[in-house]
Write a protein that binds this ligand. Structure first.
Ligand SMILES: [Zn+2]
Length: 392
């Protein structure tokens, strides 16, 4: 539960059940009451009571399918398409992505802007204008803009609202993003999280993997991040940060890394590493990243060799993840996923060569279908989950 308050054990049970039912509807909508009962193990009366609360909160509606020859038509529960507008934003060194959807993730607008997050003040102005446009222009949505949810590629202090540290974007360090946005859009709830964690949630949101899956998600941007999603939520480190997967040392005397160490994985297997191999001396930016992804779709000899090198090193990192956690699935997301599209077989084979036979799996590693939008969808997933607490 979000707020600290004294509640009875009966109330705790009611909320736990409500969470189970809501999460099941999010993962499997449209779904009947009986199927919710089967999936959650809750009895039919409890499910009916929880569903009533969600119907009263207008998060869901009942949807009766056409009458069948076999008797009474089943009634399904579906998310309320008109509940409200969700805005998910990923701040990234290469470009900022703004995604606007309804509660089921149907896109109202997608915008990619390579410049807006270079200056925090510009970001605040643009996001505020965006929210105001949607707040007034779409009366069919019952709650207008439900929330703005932002993923950051670094540390964020929940207590103060301050961006603590983004390695490649020092202009954000010490900037109070929550306070500044509140000044412009005081009535809109704001949510913040780390990009890697958001990416994992985006995968579950897109239903490529079941909500119950143990998933390791690789955030393949300029560097590499890792988050682990298990039993319906992400595993959060003690500082709220995603795993610094890219700084796993794979060669103690290897290439120098910006972190001060040598031989970090991301110096060999990332968009930055591809840039170094193919365009030495050119600084990585949105344009160069787009060029690399475009070239990877139809690779020439040099590109093929560079991708093979990335797969060779990345598979070491992936085998290490499997040896530590053995998740059911590993997803490669964002730009690195886009560059490696179509290479799933090669990647799985390279990983399996490094593993003992009994944990090999030819389909464990896959590439996200969400391309660079995974973290933005994860932002929307976070808000959608939180809407339950308004109904309590
Ligand atoms: Zn490093």
């Amino acid at each position: 539960m979000k707020k600290k308050e004294h509640i009875s054990s009966f109330e705790i049970m009611r909320r736990t059940n409500l969470e189970k039912v809501y999460l099941t509807i999010l993962a499997h909508h449209p779904i009947s009451r009986i199927d919710i009962s089967t999936k959650t193990g809750l009895n039919k009366m409890t499910v009916t009571n929880c569903v009533r609360t969600l119907l009263e909160a207008k998060l869901i509606f009942e949807w009766e399918v056409a009458e069948t020859s076999t008797g009474r038509p089943p009634i399904y529960l579906e998310l309320n398409y008109n509940y409200g507008i969700f805005i998910g934003i990923e701040i990234n060194y290469l470009s900022t992505k703004i995604l606007v959807t309804d509660i089921v993730g149907r896109v109202l607008e997608q915008r990619v802007d390579p410049d807006v997050a270079q200056r925090p003040r510009n970001f605040i102005i643009e996001v505020s204008e965006f929210v105001k446009k949607y707040q007034h222009g779409y009366p069919q949505f019952e709650n207008g803009v439900v929330a703005v949810s932002i993923a950051l590629p670094g540390n964020y202090d929940e207590e103060t609202g301050m961006v603590e540290f983004i390695a490649n974007m020092p202009q954000w360090n010490g900037f109070n993003i929550r306070e500044e946005l509140k000044k412009e859009i005081p009535k809109i709830p704001l949510f913040f999280q780390n990009t890697g964690r958001a990416g994992a949630k985006g995968e579950v949101f897109s239903r490529k993997v079941a909500a119950e899956t143990n998933l390791a998600y690789i955030q393949g941007s300029k560097g590499l991040g890792l988050s682990i999603y298990s039993r319906g939520s992400e595993i959060i480190s003690s500082t709220g940060y995603q795993g610094r997967f890219g700084h796993m040392i794979i060669d103690v005397d290897g290439r120098e890394c910006s972190c001060g160490n040598r031989g970090c994985l991301e110096r060999y297997a990332s968009i930055d590493a591809l840039g170094d191999m193919l365009y030495p001396g050119e600084p990585m930016d949105n344009e160069l990243c787009a060029e690399i992804i475009r070239r990877a779709k139809n690779p020439d000899k040099e590109m093929t060799a560079a991708l093979e090198t990335v797969i060779k090193y990345l598979s070491v990192g992936l085998a290490n993840i499997i040896n530590c956690f053995n998740p059911q699935k590993i997803c490669i997301g964002n730009y690195l996923g886009m560059a490696l599209k179509g290479k799933e077989k090669d990647i799985n084979e390279a990983v399996n060569r490094l593993l003992v036979p009994f944990i090999r799996d030819p389909h464990k590693v896959y590439i996200s279908d969400l391309d660079e939008w995974g973290a933005s969808y994860g932002c929307i997933a976070l808000v959608r989950g939180e809407m339950l607490y308004k109904a309590l």
